[in-house]
Design a protein around this ligand. Structure first.
Ligand code: HEC
Ligand code: HEC
Length: 245
């Protein structure tokens, strides 16, 4: 019979095939589950106690003129991104891994993205962003990639090469230090997003696509998926051999 004439490696092949199909489907769920679920600790209380002294009570940012300061985080919409910041402590921000429990980190991250993130971060037009950047920002930041000296105040406007999209959006509304704030009456949400689009474009001109804003992006998931496939294939081969290695 045809069925019984299957080659010896058929079982291994079939298992590997299943793994190939299933793992890329399951791995994004496994990854994103860390950021899901309903948090029980009080995120607002944790934020006011631990974060507000640097970021302001509404996450609006505190100017660098005072010794402890943090940027406007009102455009951080991704809880995974906020958790990453709380855990790793980017720049001058301390890490909170030894200070807050995992549920607390989750709760404060959700508080940031659900209650403080009031600056929309989507849409925008690249070409319009270039024009607006030259009108509103280039006088001080010259080009988005290099920054420039402010002759009249003696304070350097930083290079924007390393600022994430949420921090650029936040800075526009906030106006840290000598930088003017640009309220919605001056730059609409749409115009703000055009500038953010332009700045992130200049940072990575040949970006082939994908969503650099999320920590659950397709590339990382695909990669994790393929590692999973490799492990399963090796495992099935090992089982096939009778589990004796
Ligand atoms: C000592 C000051 C300080 C404290 C306290 C602090 N931060 Fe920050 N935070 C910063 C600075 C500075 C940055 C900008 C880091 C950089 O240069 O990318 C930042 C960045 C961030 C970002 C943006 C990361 C990004 O690029 O998307 C988030 C979100 C954030 N902080 C959340 C928090 C939360 C939540 C807490 C409280 C648990 C907290 N921070 C406490 C100073 C602070
Ligand atoms: C009058 C000069 C001036 C103009 C105009 C200006 N900036 Fe700035 N910008 C500054 C200075 C100075 C700083 C540094 C502030 C500090 O360190 O306290 C800064 C800081 C920043 C930062 C870093 C914020 C942070 O988290 O530390 C970003 C992002 C930024 N500007 C983007 C922009 C964009 C986008 C525009 C145009 C909409 C713009 N700036 C217009 C002078 C300016």
């Amino acid at each position: 019979m045809f069925i019984s004439k299957r080659p010896a490696g058929w079982k291994t092949f079939r298992l590997a095939l299943c793994a190939l199909v299933l793992v890329p489907l399951v791995s994004p769920l496994a990854f994103c589950r860390q950021t899901g679920g309903s948090p029980s600790p009080n995120g607002a209380a944790i934020f006011n106690r631990r974060c507000a002294k640097c970021h302001g009570e509404q996450g609006q940012g505190i100017s660098a003129i005072v010794s402890i300061a943090g940027p406007n985080i009102q455009a951080v919409h991704n809880p995974g991104r906020a958790m990453m910041a709380v855990e790793t402590g980017p720049g001058h921000m301390p890490s909170f891994v030894n200070v807050l429990s995992v549920p607390e980190i989750r709760a404060v991250s959700y508080y940031v993205t659900q209650h403080l993130a009031v600056i929309p971060l989507q849409g925008g037009n690249l070409a319009e962003g270039g024009t607006l950047f030259r009108t509103h920002c280039a006088a001080c930041h010259r080009t988005a990639a290099r920054g420039g000296a402010l002759a009249f105040t003696g304070i350097n406007a930083p290079s924007l090469a390393n600022y994430s999209a949420p921090l650029v959006a936040g800075a526009i509304r906030w106006g840290p230090g000598p930088m003017p704030a640009f309220p919605p009456s001056v730059l609409s949400d749409e115009q703000l997003n055009s500038i953010v689009k332009y700045v992130t474009f200049v940072q990575h001109p040949p970006d082939p696509g994908g969503n650099s804003l999320g920590y659950c992006g397709p590339v990382a998931e695909g990669f994790a998926g393929w590692i999973g496939v490799l492990v399963l294939v090796i495992f099935t081969i090992w089982i096939e051999k009778g589990g004796r290695g």
